[in-house]
Write a protein of this length. Structure first.
Length: 305
């Protein structure tokens, strides 16, 4: 078999598009799909100051790499969450440092233990009824947003890929999480100078493709999974969706694009309804960031623990 576009040997066969691709054409495709998503959803322009949230994993590091390569003003932010089990946070940080040195990309670090006195592991020991990923999600979203605002960035980019987006959509749909469904989009616009614009330029790129991309670019990344991810429902959903994809190649991307089309069709109505469902956000009484309650999730975690 030959690459669809040249006579080189393929490194991947993309079944959904009947596309055997050589190394160069595959790398080009990933960068092209990133550009296409950026353009289609008006995610970024050349004047933007973009902060990319990096975890040390393959998706976020390859996103930072590609956005830099495409010429955008980008910096990384690594949040050391203080996940001590199996030395997970420390190990992830090593890969982030290596990436920064090797590719000469500036990456900021925020250390949760140093800044707030405790990390995820300690919070979880003290609060057995909390779910680690819920706490972690609140903490990450809050710090990314606040840090970016303070450093004058105007866009936050995350490495969520097609599989992340589709599994989230699937989870939200089977439980009809209306509020979450109306809010799920590869671009969330800026809100009242308090919530930055958030974008997901890898929303059409599968996990398998980002894995091959980092391999071919020799980008080293943390391979161990977060010790708390074993409980994550998303892994279970991803496995189910992969089995469906095996039988019907291309179903994941069609499912996701179909959802976005419907959402767009009803966006105005949906947006109003969304506010009606969850209410209007107001300023947190402690930190002043936007929240539905009097005190935001982040302040509640660190107030009560
Ligand atoms: S880091 Fe945090 Fe993830 Fe670990 S605790 Fe859950 S959310 S699994 S991407
Ligand atoms: Zn080729
Ligand atoms: Zn607050």
């Amino acid at each position: 078999m030959k690459c669809k576009f040249c006579s080189d040997k393929p490194v991947i066969y993309i079944r959904s598009s009947n596309l055997p691709l050589c190394e160069n054409h595959f790398l080009e495709r990933v960068e092209e799909l990133t550009k296409r998503a950026v353009k289609k959803f008006k995610m970024l322009d050349n004047k933007d100051r973009i902060l990319v949230a990096v975890s040390g994993g393959k998706d976020s590091l390859s996103l930072l790499y590609i956005l830099n390569r495409l010429g955008y003003y980008t910096r990384g932010l690594y949040i050391n969450l203080g996940i001590e089990e199996k030395g997970y946070s420390d190990e992830s940080f090593e890969y982030v440092k290596r990436f920064s040195e090797r590719f000469h990309v500036d990456i900021y670090t925020y250390d949760l233990k140093k800044e707030k006195g405790k990390g995820i592991t300690r919070i979880m020991k003290q609060r057995k009824n909390y779910k680690a990923c819920s706490v972690c999600g609140i903490v990450k979203r809050y710090i990314m947003n606040r840090f970016a605002l303070e450093k004058n960035f105007n866009v936050l980019a995350t490495g969520h890929n097609l599989d992340d987006e589709v599994s989230r959509l699937f989870g939200n749909m089977i439980f009809w999480q209306e509020g979450y469904l109306l809010h799920q989009n590869p671009v969330l616009e800026e809100d009242r100078n308090k919530l930055l614009k958030k974008v997901k330029p890898f929303c059409f790129i599968s996990e398998k493709e980002t894995a091959l991309y980092v391999y071919l670019r020799s980008i080293e990344y943390v391979r161990n999974e977060c010790p708390y991810s074993i409980d994550a429902k998303t892994i279970f959903y991803k496995n189910i969706l992969n089995r469906i994809e095996e039988n019907s190649p291309g179903v994941k991307v069609r499912f996701y694009k179909g959802f976005l089309d419907i959402q767009k069709k009803y966006f105005k109505k949906v947006h109003r309804k969304y506010t009606e469902i969850i209410g209007e956000e107001k300023e947190c009484k402690i930190c002043g960031m936007l929240t539905l309650k009097d005190i935001c999730g982040f302040c509640r975690i660190f107030e009560r623990v």
